[in-house]
Design a protein around this ligand. Sequence first.
Ligand code: NAD
Ligand code: DAU
Length: 341
Amino acid sequence: MTILVTGGAGFIGSNFIFYLLRHRPDDRVICVDSLTYAGNLSTLSSVMQDQRFRFYRADICDREAIGEIFQKERPDVVVNFAAESHVDRSILDPSAFLRTNIFGASVLMDASLQYGVSRYHQVSTDEVYGDLPLDKPELMFTETTPLRTSSPYSASKASADLLAQAYFRTYGLGVTISRCSNNYGPYHFPEKLIPLMIINALNDRPLPVYGKGENVRDWLYVEDHCAAIDLILRKGREGEVYNIGGHNERKNIDIVRLICGELNKPESLIEFVDDRKGHDLRYAIDPHKIETELGWRSKVSFDEGIRKTIQWYLENRSWWQTILSGEYQDYYRMMYGKSDE
Ligand code: NAD
Ligand code: DAU
Protein backbone atom coordinates (compact mmCIF):
# COMPACT_ATOMS: atom_id res chain seq x y z
CA MET A 1 0.00 0.00 0.00
CA THR A 2 1.15 3.57 -0.64
CA ILE A 3 0.16 5.85 2.23
CA LEU A 4 0.38 9.61 1.76
CA VAL A 5 0.84 11.38 5.09
CA THR A 6 0.39 15.15 5.22
CA GLY A 7 1.93 17.19 8.05
CA GLY A 8 4.54 14.46 8.55
CA ALA A 9 7.25 16.89 9.63
CA GLY A 10 5.18 17.86 12.67
CA PHE A 11 4.71 16.14 16.02
CA ILE A 12 2.15 13.38 15.47
CA GLY A 13 2.67 13.02 11.71
CA SER A 14 6.38 12.25 12.15
CA ASN A 15 5.67 9.73 14.89
CA PHE A 16 3.07 8.14 12.59
CA ILE A 17 5.63 7.85 9.76
CA PHE A 18 8.10 6.16 12.11
CA TYR A 19 5.32 3.83 13.26
CA LEU A 20 4.40 2.83 9.70
CA LEU A 21 7.98 2.25 8.57
CA ARG A 22 8.60 0.13 11.67
CA HIS A 23 5.40 -1.92 11.69
CA ARG A 24 4.31 -2.10 8.04
CA PRO A 25 7.26 -3.36 5.96
CA ASP A 26 5.12 -3.72 2.81
CA ASP A 27 3.92 -0.12 2.76
CA ARG A 28 5.44 2.92 1.04
CA VAL A 29 5.10 6.24 2.85
CA ILE A 30 4.90 9.60 1.09
CA CYS A 31 5.16 12.69 3.28
CA VAL A 32 3.77 16.05 2.13
CA ASP A 33 4.56 19.02 4.35
CA SER A 34 4.97 22.73 3.65
CA LEU A 35 7.35 23.13 6.63
CA THR A 36 5.59 25.91 8.50
CA TYR A 37 7.13 27.08 11.80
CA ALA A 38 5.84 23.77 13.28
CA GLY A 39 7.37 21.51 10.63
CA ASN A 40 10.93 20.38 11.04
CA LEU A 41 12.76 18.42 8.37
CA SER A 42 15.46 17.39 10.84
CA THR A 43 12.79 15.34 12.64
CA LEU A 44 12.62 13.07 9.58
CA SER A 45 16.40 12.80 9.06
CA SER A 46 16.54 9.17 10.24
CA VAL A 47 14.13 8.02 7.49
CA MET A 48 15.14 10.29 4.59
CA GLN A 49 17.32 7.58 3.02
CA ASP A 50 14.74 4.81 3.47
CA GLN A 51 13.75 3.44 0.04
CA ARG A 52 10.13 3.14 1.20
CA PHE A 53 9.93 6.83 2.12
CA ARG A 54 9.69 10.00 0.07
CA PHE A 55 9.33 13.62 1.17
CA TYR A 56 7.68 16.46 -0.78
CA ARG A 57 7.68 20.04 0.40
CA ALA A 58 4.25 21.28 -0.67
CA ASP A 59 1.30 23.22 0.71
CA ILE A 60 -1.93 21.22 0.92
CA CYS A 61 -3.78 24.34 -0.27
CA ASP A 62 -1.79 24.32 -3.53
CA ARG A 63 -4.11 22.34 -5.80
CA GLU A 64 -1.62 22.09 -8.65
CA ALA A 65 1.25 20.84 -6.50
CA ILE A 66 -1.00 18.35 -4.71
CA GLY A 67 -2.38 17.10 -8.05
CA GLU A 68 1.15 16.50 -9.35
CA ILE A 69 2.13 14.52 -6.26
CA PHE A 70 -1.02 12.36 -6.43
CA GLN A 71 -0.48 11.80 -10.17
CA LYS A 72 3.10 10.69 -9.58
CA GLU A 73 2.70 8.64 -6.39
CA ARG A 74 -0.83 7.24 -6.82
CA PRO A 75 -1.52 6.82 -3.08
CA ASP A 76 -4.00 4.18 -1.93
CA VAL A 77 -4.57 5.96 1.37
CA VAL A 78 -4.29 9.59 2.50
CA VAL A 79 -3.90 10.51 6.17
CA ASN A 80 -4.31 14.23 6.77
CA PHE A 81 -2.37 15.47 9.80
CA ALA A 82 -1.43 18.81 8.19
CA ALA A 83 -2.93 21.61 10.22
CA GLU A 84 -2.36 24.75 12.15
CA SER A 85 -2.62 23.10 15.55
CA HIS A 86 -2.08 25.61 18.36
CA VAL A 87 -5.19 27.05 20.04
CA ASP A 88 -3.39 30.18 21.32
CA ARG A 89 -2.18 31.07 17.84
CA SER A 90 -5.72 30.64 16.47
CA ILE A 91 -6.92 33.17 19.05
CA LEU A 92 -4.24 35.66 17.93
CA ASP A 93 -5.11 35.19 14.22
CA PRO A 94 -7.59 32.62 12.84
CA SER A 95 -6.85 33.14 9.12
CA ALA A 96 -4.14 30.49 8.62
CA PHE A 97 -6.37 28.00 10.47
CA LEU A 98 -9.26 28.52 8.10
CA ARG A 99 -6.99 28.24 5.10
CA THR A 100 -5.06 25.08 5.97
CA ASN A 101 -7.49 23.23 8.22
CA ILE A 102 -10.59 23.71 6.04
CA PHE A 103 -9.58 24.66 2.50
CA GLY A 104 -6.45 22.48 2.54
CA ALA A 105 -8.47 19.47 3.66
CA SER A 106 -10.92 20.02 0.80
CA VAL A 107 -8.07 20.16 -1.73
CA LEU A 108 -6.84 16.79 -0.43
CA MET A 109 -10.33 15.30 -0.61
CA ASP A 110 -10.77 16.55 -4.21
CA ALA A 111 -7.44 15.00 -5.20
CA SER A 112 -8.41 11.78 -3.39
CA LEU A 113 -11.59 11.58 -5.48
CA GLN A 114 -9.82 12.46 -8.71
CA TYR A 115 -7.05 9.88 -8.27
CA GLY A 116 -9.20 7.05 -6.88
CA VAL A 117 -7.81 7.01 -3.33
CA SER A 118 -9.59 4.24 -1.45
CA ARG A 119 -9.37 5.79 2.01
CA TYR A 120 -9.12 9.42 3.11
CA HIS A 121 -8.50 9.67 6.85
CA GLN A 122 -9.09 13.00 8.57
CA VAL A 123 -7.11 13.39 11.79
CA SER A 124 -9.43 15.39 13.99
CA THR A 125 -9.52 16.27 17.66
CA ASP A 126 -11.66 15.97 20.78
CA GLU A 127 -11.80 19.78 20.82
CA VAL A 128 -14.61 19.67 18.25
CA TYR A 129 -16.93 18.60 21.09
CA GLY A 130 -16.25 21.77 23.11
CA ASP A 131 -15.71 21.18 26.81
CA LEU A 132 -17.24 19.36 29.80
CA PRO A 133 -17.93 20.79 33.26
CA LEU A 134 -15.36 20.13 35.99
CA ASP A 135 -17.96 18.96 38.49
CA LYS A 136 -19.52 16.13 36.42
CA PRO A 137 -16.75 13.52 36.07
CA GLU A 138 -19.22 10.95 34.73
CA LEU A 139 -19.67 12.94 31.48
CA MET A 140 -17.45 12.01 28.51
CA PHE A 141 -17.32 12.74 24.78
CA THR A 142 -18.76 9.98 22.61
CA GLU A 143 -18.86 9.99 18.80
CA THR A 144 -22.46 11.26 18.95
CA THR A 145 -21.77 14.20 21.28
CA PRO A 146 -22.82 17.34 19.35
CA LEU A 147 -20.06 19.52 17.89
CA ARG A 148 -19.79 22.71 19.98
CA THR A 149 -16.52 24.46 19.32
CA SER A 150 -14.81 27.13 21.44
CA SER A 151 -11.76 28.41 19.54
CA PRO A 152 -11.08 29.29 15.90
CA TYR A 153 -8.80 26.22 15.89
CA SER A 154 -11.52 23.81 16.99
CA ALA A 155 -14.08 25.48 14.71
CA SER A 156 -11.75 24.94 11.75
CA LYS A 157 -11.20 21.28 12.69
CA ALA A 158 -14.95 20.71 13.10
CA SER A 159 -15.51 22.28 9.67
CA ALA A 160 -13.11 19.81 8.08
CA ASP A 161 -14.93 16.92 9.81
CA LEU A 162 -18.23 18.11 8.37
CA LEU A 163 -16.68 18.45 4.92
CA ALA A 164 -15.25 14.93 5.14
CA GLN A 165 -18.69 13.58 6.04
CA ALA A 166 -20.18 15.52 3.12
CA TYR A 167 -17.59 14.05 0.71
CA PHE A 168 -18.51 10.59 1.97
CA ARG A 169 -22.26 11.09 1.57
CA THR A 170 -22.26 13.15 -1.64
CA TYR A 171 -19.32 11.77 -3.61
CA GLY A 172 -18.80 8.39 -1.99
CA LEU A 173 -15.20 9.16 -0.90
CA GLY A 174 -14.00 6.45 1.51
CA VAL A 175 -13.67 8.66 4.56
CA THR A 176 -12.83 7.88 8.17
CA ILE A 177 -12.38 10.44 10.96
CA SER A 178 -10.58 10.07 14.29
CA ARG A 179 -10.96 12.42 17.25
CA CYS A 180 -8.13 12.03 19.71
CA SER A 181 -7.42 13.61 23.07
CA ASN A 182 -4.21 15.53 23.94
CA ASN A 183 -1.05 13.77 22.78
CA TYR A 184 2.41 13.99 24.33
CA GLY A 185 5.79 12.42 23.48
CA PRO A 186 8.90 13.00 21.36
CA TYR A 187 9.04 15.84 18.79
CA HIS A 188 6.20 17.77 20.45
CA PHE A 189 6.62 21.43 19.49
CA PRO A 190 7.79 23.57 22.47
CA GLU A 191 4.77 25.92 22.34
CA LYS A 192 2.50 23.19 23.81
CA LEU A 193 2.03 22.64 27.57
CA ILE A 194 4.19 19.58 28.29
CA PRO A 195 7.28 20.40 26.19
CA LEU A 196 7.06 24.08 27.17
CA MET A 197 7.11 23.18 30.86
CA ILE A 198 9.92 20.61 30.48
CA ILE A 199 12.11 23.03 28.54
CA ASN A 200 11.41 26.06 30.76
CA ALA A 201 12.05 24.00 33.88
CA LEU A 202 15.34 22.72 32.43
CA ASN A 203 16.29 26.36 31.77
CA ASP A 204 15.10 27.51 35.24
CA ARG A 205 12.57 29.78 33.52
CA PRO A 206 9.07 30.64 34.86
CA LEU A 207 6.38 28.03 34.17
CA PRO A 208 3.34 30.00 32.90
CA VAL A 209 0.12 28.29 34.03
CA TYR A 210 -3.10 29.78 32.64
CA GLY A 211 -5.72 30.79 35.21
CA LYS A 212 -5.56 28.56 38.26
CA GLY A 213 -4.32 25.49 36.41
CA GLU A 214 -7.58 23.67 37.20
CA ASN A 215 -8.42 22.86 33.55
CA VAL A 216 -8.35 19.16 32.75
CA ARG A 217 -6.92 17.46 29.67
CA ASP A 218 -7.04 13.74 28.78
CA TRP A 219 -3.47 12.71 27.84
CA LEU A 220 -2.40 9.94 25.44
CA TYR A 221 1.13 8.90 24.53
CA VAL A 222 1.64 9.68 20.83
CA GLU A 223 2.50 6.11 19.81
CA ASP A 224 -0.87 4.90 21.10
CA HIS A 225 -2.55 7.47 18.84
CA CYS A 226 -0.47 6.28 15.86
CA ALA A 227 -1.44 2.64 16.50
CA ALA A 228 -5.11 3.63 16.65
CA ILE A 229 -5.00 5.47 13.31
CA ASP A 230 -3.15 2.57 11.68
CA LEU A 231 -5.90 0.24 12.89
CA ILE A 232 -8.68 2.51 11.63
CA LEU A 233 -7.04 2.57 8.17
CA ARG A 234 -7.07 -1.20 8.02
CA LYS A 235 -10.20 -2.18 9.93
CA GLY A 236 -12.30 0.97 10.38
CA ARG A 237 -15.62 1.34 8.61
CA GLU A 238 -16.01 4.03 5.93
CA GLY A 239 -18.09 7.03 6.95
CA GLU A 240 -17.40 6.42 10.65
CA VAL A 241 -15.94 8.59 13.40
CA TYR A 242 -13.69 6.97 16.04
CA ASN A 243 -12.80 8.63 19.33
CA ILE A 244 -9.30 7.87 20.66
CA GLY A 245 -8.29 8.29 24.29
CA GLY A 246 -6.77 6.35 27.17
CA HIS A 247 -8.75 7.50 30.23
CA ASN A 248 -6.02 9.69 31.60
CA GLU A 249 -7.44 12.98 32.83
CA ARG A 250 -5.11 15.38 34.63
CA LYS A 251 -5.33 18.96 35.85
CA ASN A 252 -2.75 21.21 34.18
CA ILE A 253 -1.29 22.21 37.54
CA ASP A 254 -0.74 18.56 38.49
CA ILE A 255 1.17 17.96 35.26
CA VAL A 256 3.38 20.99 35.86
CA ARG A 257 4.07 19.91 39.45
CA LEU A 258 4.89 16.39 38.26
CA ILE A 259 7.39 17.77 35.72
CA CYS A 260 9.02 19.92 38.45
CA GLY A 261 9.32 16.79 40.61
CA GLU A 262 10.80 14.62 37.85
CA LEU A 263 13.38 17.31 37.00
CA ASN A 264 14.14 18.21 40.63
CA LYS A 265 13.07 21.80 40.07
CA PRO A 266 11.30 23.99 42.66
CA GLU A 267 7.56 24.61 42.27
CA SER A 268 8.35 28.27 42.92
CA LEU A 269 9.06 28.44 39.17
CA ILE A 270 5.29 28.18 38.60
CA GLU A 271 3.73 31.51 37.62
CA PHE A 272 -0.05 31.86 37.30
CA VAL A 273 -0.73 34.05 34.26
CA ASP A 274 -3.83 35.43 32.47
CA ASP A 275 -6.23 32.73 31.36
CA ARG A 276 -6.67 31.69 27.71
CA LYS A 277 -9.74 33.37 26.14
CA GLY A 278 -12.64 30.89 25.94
CA HIS A 279 -10.49 28.31 27.75
CA ASP A 280 -12.09 24.84 27.58
CA LEU A 281 -12.52 23.44 31.10
CA ARG A 282 -12.29 19.71 30.64
CA TYR A 283 -11.85 17.13 27.88
CA ALA A 284 -12.59 13.43 28.42
CA ILE A 285 -12.79 10.84 25.66
CA ASP A 286 -14.96 7.74 25.80
CA PRO A 287 -12.98 5.26 23.62
CA HIS A 288 -15.57 2.47 23.92
CA LYS A 289 -16.24 2.28 20.15
CA ILE A 290 -12.64 1.84 18.98
CA GLU A 291 -11.95 -0.57 21.85
CA THR A 292 -14.91 -2.85 21.20
CA GLU A 293 -15.17 -2.55 17.41
CA LEU A 294 -11.47 -2.56 16.47
CA GLY A 295 -9.84 -4.01 19.59
CA TRP A 296 -7.60 -0.98 20.22
CA ARG A 297 -6.27 -0.30 23.73
CA SER A 298 -3.82 2.33 24.93
CA LYS A 299 -0.59 0.63 26.01
CA VAL A 300 1.56 3.32 27.59
CA SER A 301 0.62 4.49 31.09
CA PHE A 302 1.02 8.19 31.89
CA ASP A 303 3.78 7.50 34.42
CA GLU A 304 5.78 5.59 31.82
CA GLY A 305 4.98 8.00 28.97
CA ILE A 306 5.88 11.19 30.83
CA ARG A 307 9.21 9.71 31.99
CA LYS A 308 10.04 8.62 28.42
CA THR A 309 9.07 12.07 27.16
CA ILE A 310 11.19 13.94 29.73
CA GLN A 311 14.10 11.63 28.97
CA TRP A 312 13.70 12.34 25.24
CA TYR A 313 13.86 16.11 25.81
CA LEU A 314 16.96 15.62 27.97
CA GLU A 315 18.66 13.56 25.26
CA ASN A 316 17.60 15.69 22.28
CA ARG A 317 18.47 19.19 23.36
CA SER A 318 19.74 20.24 19.94
CA TRP A 319 16.31 19.45 18.39
CA TRP A 320 14.50 21.93 20.63
CA GLN A 321 17.35 24.39 21.05
CA THR A 322 17.30 25.03 17.29
CA ILE A 323 13.55 25.73 17.48
CA LEU A 324 13.98 28.12 20.40
CA SER A 325 15.91 30.50 18.18
CA GLY A 326 14.43 32.65 15.42
CA GLU A 327 10.72 33.10 14.74
CA TYR A 328 9.58 31.22 17.85
CA GLN A 329 11.18 33.95 19.98
CA ASP A 330 8.77 36.55 18.58
CA TYR A 331 5.76 34.35 19.37
CA TYR A 332 7.00 33.64 22.89
CA ARG A 333 7.52 37.35 23.58
CA MET A 334 4.02 38.17 22.29
CA MET A 335 2.37 35.42 24.37
CA TYR A 336 4.28 35.63 27.62
CA GLY A 337 5.71 39.15 27.47
CA LYS A 338 9.34 38.07 27.74
CA SER A 339 12.03 36.38 25.74
CA ASP A 340 12.62 32.64 26.01
CA GLU A 341 16.42 32.99 25.86
P1 NAD B 1 1.99 20.15 14.49
O1 NAD B 1 1.65 21.60 14.55
O2 NAD B 1 3.10 19.63 15.33
O3 NAD B 1 2.32 19.74 12.99
C1 NAD B 1 1.57 20.20 11.90
C2 NAD B 1 2.37 19.91 10.62
O4 NAD B 1 1.56 20.33 9.51
C3 NAD B 1 3.68 20.69 10.52
O5 NAD B 1 4.71 19.83 10.09
C4 NAD B 1 3.39 21.77 9.48
O6 NAD B 1 4.54 22.15 8.74
C5 NAD B 1 2.37 21.06 8.61
N1 NAD B 1 1.51 22.01 7.87
C6 NAD B 1 0.83 23.07 8.39
N2 NAD B 1 0.18 23.72 7.40
C7 NAD B 1 0.43 23.03 6.25
C8 NAD B 1 0.01 23.20 4.91
N3 NAD B 1 -0.80 24.22 4.54
N4 NAD B 1 0.45 22.32 3.98
C9 NAD B 1 1.27 21.28 4.34
N5 NAD B 1 1.70 21.09 5.59
C10 NAD B 1 1.28 21.96 6.54
O7 NAD B 1 0.62 19.39 14.81
P2 NAD B 1 0.36 18.04 15.62
O8 NAD B 1 0.25 18.35 17.05
O9 NAD B 1 1.32 17.02 15.14
O10 NAD B 1 -1.10 17.69 15.10
C11 NAD B 1 -1.28 16.94 13.90
C12 NAD B 1 -2.76 16.76 13.65
O11 NAD B 1 -3.36 16.07 14.75
C13 NAD B 1 -3.53 18.07 13.51
O12 NAD B 1 -4.48 17.91 12.49
C14 NAD B 1 -4.21 18.25 14.86
O13 NAD B 1 -5.42 18.97 14.72
C15 NAD B 1 -4.46 16.81 15.25
N6 NAD B 1 -4.50 16.52 16.69
C16 NAD B 1 -3.48 16.92 17.51
C17 NAD B 1 -3.50 16.56 18.86
C18 NAD B 1 -2.38 16.97 19.79
O14 NAD B 1 -2.50 16.77 21.00
N7 NAD B 1 -1.28 17.51 19.30
C19 NAD B 1 -4.57 15.81 19.38
C20 NAD B 1 -5.62 15.43 18.51
C21 NAD B 1 -5.56 15.79 17.17
O1 DAU C 1 -7.23 17.91 22.77
C1 DAU C 1 -6.52 17.83 21.58
C2 DAU C 1 -5.81 19.13 21.33
O2 DAU C 1 -4.77 19.23 22.29
C3 DAU C 1 -5.26 19.25 19.92
O3 DAU C 1 -6.34 19.26 19.01
C4 DAU C 1 -4.43 20.52 19.75
O4 DAU C 1 -3.83 20.56 18.47
C5 DAU C 1 -3.35 20.51 20.82
O5 DAU C 1 -2.57 21.70 20.74
C6 DAU C 1 -3.96 20.37 22.21
O6 DAU C 1 -4.73 21.55 22.56
P1 DAU C 1 -4.68 22.17 24.04
O7 DAU C 1 -5.09 23.59 23.96
O8 DAU C 1 -5.37 21.29 25.01
O9 DAU C 1 -3.09 22.02 24.32
P2 DAU C 1 -2.00 23.03 24.93
O10 DAU C 1 -0.75 22.24 25.11
O11 DAU C 1 -1.93 24.31 24.19
O12 DAU C 1 -2.61 23.34 26.37
C7 DAU C 1 -2.91 22.30 27.28
C8 DAU C 1 -3.51 22.96 28.54
O13 DAU C 1 -2.48 23.70 29.19
C9 DAU C 1 -4.61 23.95 28.24
O14 DAU C 1 -5.58 23.86 29.25
C10 DAU C 1 -3.93 25.30 28.30
C11 DAU C 1 -2.83 25.10 29.31
N1 DAU C 1 -1.59 25.88 29.10
C12 DAU C 1 -1.00 25.85 27.89
C13 DAU C 1 0.14 26.58 27.64
C14 DAU C 1 0.79 26.57 26.27
C15 DAU C 1 -1.03 26.61 30.15
O15 DAU C 1 -1.57 26.62 31.28
N2 DAU C 1 0.11 27.34 29.92
C16 DAU C 1 0.71 27.37 28.70
O16 DAU C 1 1.75 28.08 28.54
